[in-house]
Structures are given as structure tokens and as C-alpha cells.
Design a protein. Structure first.
Length: 507
């Protein structure tokens, strides 16, 4: 093998110059093409009455609370200036002032989706070394699934937005010209959204720079040193914090777990996507050969991302609040999935694999539509139950569905309370990580995170200071019927299981 061929994996990370003739680029850079793709990608943000995305309800509710605090109508709560983990909340609050809660969440989420989707698309394009007239259009179904994957449906929008911006930073940094200056500028809003993707992105850039500076045969040594550093970092975190390694989904280190968003029926889709990725990787091996693939920095980045998920703690208990903060499993697998797409996109297009990926994507979005419709029906019933209460009451809900991968029902009551009641178990003010914070016991939200969690998961004993307090619970002869009723001091709040799917798919 010649040195030039051996060095191709490094050049994959080198700055990319677009030198194709303008006539070849014209059709691919047509605004109509990107507009059509963007509108298609945004369809799930508008196809239901509300966007169902877990923590989104809490973001909306706390943006509303921020408005009450600004008006002096929320005694015991304050707004704290923050430099990170706040960009999406600031967007949402500003949009709510202008348009109200409903349009604000659609605009904010749509913006985040477009930033993430096109950022991932740009990074796959840049890392795969495709020419200007060969955008990775065949990978759009996969990127679209990742855009609406587990991180989206958990509602981790500050992290999600930051990761999308970081993808843009990496894609621009890999190109010559003024893109690098823009990349540096984009690091600022990315950090304001969430610091973890920014640290990850800087690590990727540093690795690429070192890999380009050394001889190709030493790149496995560099990768090994990084693996050792990850292992050492994990041990250090264990020594400094109360940390643990949860097993999590077995597919997490591959990134295919992002397709598993709700119930078990998504698991075959995740396995099918993983199988398609394996065939794509075989195509990469067939085209580049084993040695060149092993020396490819794109493969190293994907492996290191997977290793980070396995070697670093999945959960760290924060001393200030006692909250278990998940840093990696489920979150960074999303970044790993995009890195793998960039590696696989270096192979020549296989139509049957592209068709298979599109088929998996079609089934995925059918499932997402059904589940979002079912969750909207639950929220409709939640709003109907709360409509019978006097304005400004404190309410709690402990509805769970064990058939779902995520706690899809945990924050439904938050959004349902906007403008009409107070979600007393709302967790954000008690953890000390968000703008809205509880500085003392108050009549709006519980000030202790452990009590907040016990109210939502069951086990909290109602105290006289909590009254008057209403609980939304299952009631009546009809399945999944919800009612709001007052609770007395001394009552222990219990978790109630409400199976959203498949019971509500067809109602």
C-alpha cells in the first residue's frame, strides 16, 4: 500500500475545498430543494394538536412561570442568570411573549429540529468527503429518524440544540475559508444551550488535528491513548462524585437505540437499522480495504464515542440537589450515530440499503404518529379534569406507563396547567440547574427535589402545608378516564399505571 493511499483516512479529516463547477452544484444547492426537505422534516412538529416530547411540557410550564416571576406574581420563586443549559428556554420565553404558548413551542421546537437535522447533514457531508454535487441525500431518512429519536422525545432540547450547533461547528471547521470563523462564533450559542456537546466537539476537533499531524501508522496508538484517558476520567469521576454505571439499552453504544423512543415495538426497528448499518460498514470495507479502514479517523471517532458511553459514568448524583444527572447513555449515543453515518457515507451508494433505510424510517414515523396521538388524548383528558377546578390551584399527578422506554406521562400535567393552575411537583425550581428556582417554601411548587420526585413517582406523604392540593388520577367507569380530586393531609400519594399504548391508538 502506498503512503498516499494509507493517508486517505487522515485526509478525510482535512479541510474540504468545494471546487466543482457551478453548473453541477446548481441543482443540489437550489433553495427549493432544501425548502422541500425542511418542510418534510418538520412535518412531525405540526401533525398533532401538540408536540409530545417529554420534558418539553416542563420547559413550556417554566417559561410561563418565568413570566409570572417577572410580573411579581410568584412569591418564593426567582429567576437566576445562567450562562449554559438555557438557550432553548430563552427562545421559548421570548416566543411566548410574542405569540403565546402554543405557537411558541412549535416555533422553538421546529427551529431546534432544523438546526439539528441540517447540522448533522452538513457534518455527514463534510466527513464523508463527498464532492459538492454529491450531498448525502440517501442518508436523509436516517438523519430524520435521529432528529426525532430518543433525545428529542425525552425533550432534552437544550442538549439537542447544542449538539446540532456543534455539528455545524465541526462541519464548518472542516472547510476552508470563512467557515472556520463562523464555527468559532457558533460555539458561543452552543455553550449557552448545553456545555457537554461543546466539550465533545472540541475533543473531536483536537483529535482530528493531531491525527492529521502524525503518520497514519501511529493513529491506532493515538486512539489507544484516548481510550486510556477515557477510562482514567471515569475512575476520577467515581472518586469525586457519587457515580454509577447503568447498563442502559444494549444498543446505546451503537446509536441505534435512538430509534427506540417509546414501547417495545420500536426495538425491531432499531435492530433493523443496526443491521443496515452493518451492511454499509461492509461496503466501506469492500471499497477501502481493512487496513485503510482501521486507520481511518472517522472509525476512531465512532469507536471513541462508543467507548465514552461505556467507560464514563452514566449517572452522577449532584451534591447540591441530590438529583441523579444522566450524562451519557441515550444522549451521546445520538452523536455516535451521526459519526457512524459519516463513516458509512464514504461507501458507494447501495440502492437496496438506501431503500431499506427509507422503509425503516417510514415505519418509524407511522409509530411515532400513533403514539403522539395517544399521548395527546391523555393530555386532552388531563385538561378536561383540570378545567373543573378553581383557577390557581396546586395539582399533582403520579401517572406512569411501564410499557414505555421514557416517562412520557411524567410532565403532561405541567403543560396542562399553563394559565390555569400550578404543577406543585414541577422539578425544575428545586434542582438548582435552571433559571426558575425556589428560594423558600411557597404555595406554587415544592422546594425540595426529593419531595418533588416522590410526588410524581409515589410515596410522598401529604403535609398540612401542602393544602389545598388536588391530585389527577384515574377514575370513573371508562378506561383511562381522569379526574381531579382534593387530597387530605397524611395521605400517601401512589403511582398509578396508565397504559397509553396500545389502548389509546384507535380511540
Amino acid at each position: 500500500m502506498t503512503r498516499s493511499a494509507d493517508n486517505e483516512g487522515v485526509q478525510a479529516a482535512a479541510p474540504i475545498a468545494i471546487t466543482q463547477p457551478a453548473e453541477h452544484r446548481k441543482s443540489w444547492f437550489s433553495p427549493a430543494v432544501y425548502l422541500a426537505v425542511s418542510l418534510t422534516v418538520l412535518t412531525p412538529c405540526f401533525w398533532q394538536k401538540r408536540i409530545q416530547a417529554g420534558d418539553l411540557s416542563s420547559h413550556v410550564y417554566n417559561a410561563w412561570l418565568a413570566g409570572l416571576i417577572g410580573q411579581g406574581k410568584a412569591s418564593g420563586l426567582i429567576l437566576v442568570p445562567q450562562t449554559c443549559n438555557v438557550l432553548f428556554d430563552l427562545m421559548l420565553r421570548g416566543l411566548m411573549r410574542a405569540f403565546g404558548p402554543g405557537p411558541a413551542q412549535r416555533i422553538a421546537v421546529s427551529t431546534a429540529v432544523l438546526v439539528f437535522f441540517w447540522g448533522a447533514f452538513a457534518l455527514v457531508w463534510a466527513l464523508s468527503r463527498r464532492s459538492a454535487r454529491e450531498p448525502p441525500w440517501s442518508w436523509t431518512p436516517c438523519i430524520a429518524m435521529l432528529a426525532y429519536g430518543w433525545v428529542f422525545h425525552m425533550g432534552l432540547f437544550n442538549f439537542y440544540l447544542s449538539l446540532g450547533l456543534t455539528f455545524w461547528v465541526l462541519a464548518l471547521a472542516l472547510r476552508r475559508g470563512r467557515g472556520r470563523m463562523l464555527a468559532a462564533i457558533l460555539l458561543v450559542p452552543a455553550y449557552v444551550a448545553h456545555p457537554v456537546p461543546v466539550v465533545w466537539g472540541i475533543g473531536v476537533l483536537v483529535y482530528l488535528r493531531i491525527a492529521r499531524a502524525i503518520a497514519p501508522r501511529y493513529r491506532p496508538v493515538l486512539a489507544g491513548a484516548c481510550l486510556a484517558a477515557l477510562a482514567a476520567s471515569g475512575l476520577l469521576m467515581k472518586a469525586l462524585f457519587q457515580a454509577r454505571w447503568d447498563s442502559g439499552p444494549k444498543l446505546a453504544f451503537t446509536g441505534a437505540d435512538q430509534v427506540w423512543v417509546y414501547g417495545a415495538r420500536y426495538l425491531p426497528l432499531a435492530l433493523a437499522l443496526l443491521l443496515i448499518w452493518i451492511f454499509w460498514f461492509q461496503a466501506v470495507l469492500a471499497r477501502r480495504g481493512t487496513r485503510r479502514t482501521i486507520l481511518d479517523v472517522r472509525l476512531h471517532l465512532a469507536i471513541l464515542n462508543a467507548a465514552g458511553i461505556l467507560l464514563l459514568p452514566s449517572v452522577i448524583v449532584l451534591p447540591a440537589s441530590g438529583q441523579a444527572e444522566s450524562l451519557l447513555i441515550g444522549r451521546m449515543s445520538l452523536a455516535g450515530a451521526v459519526l457512524y453515518c459519516a463513516l458509512a457515507a464514504t461507501a458507494r451508494q447501495r440502492r437496496w440499503l438506501s431503500a431499506g433505510m427509507a422503509a425503516v424510517g417510514a415505519v418509524f414515523f407511522i409509530f411515532v404518529y400513533q403514539d403522539a396521538a395517544a399521548l395527546n388524548r391523555i393530555e386532552d383528558r388531563m385538561e378536561q379534569a383540570l378545567a373543573h377546578l378553581p383557577p390557581g390551584q396546586r395539582v399533582v399527578s403520579a401517572l406512569m406507563d411501564t410499557d414505555l422506554r421514557e416517562f412520557a406521562l411524567l410532565h403532561v400535567i405541567d403543560r396542562a396547567c399553563v394559565g390555569r393552575c400550578f404543577s406543585y411537583a414541577n422539578y425544575e425550581p428545586s434542582v438548582g440547574q435552571f433559571r426558575v428556582r425556589a428560594v423558600r417554601p411557597n404555595g406554587i411548587v415544592i422546594a425540595n427535589f426529593r419531595d418533588s420526585w416522590a410526588m410524581q413517582a409515589g410515596g410522598y406523604v401529604v403535609k398540612p402545608r401542602d393544602l389545598p392540593l388536588y391530585r389527577v388520577d384515574l377514575c370513573g367507569p371508562a378506561p383511562q378516564q381522569l379526574c381531579a380530586a382534593p387530597v387530605a393531609a397524611g395521605i400517601t400519594l401512589q403511582c398509578r399505571w396508565l397504559h397509553v399504548t396500545p389502548d389509546l391508538w384507535k380511540q
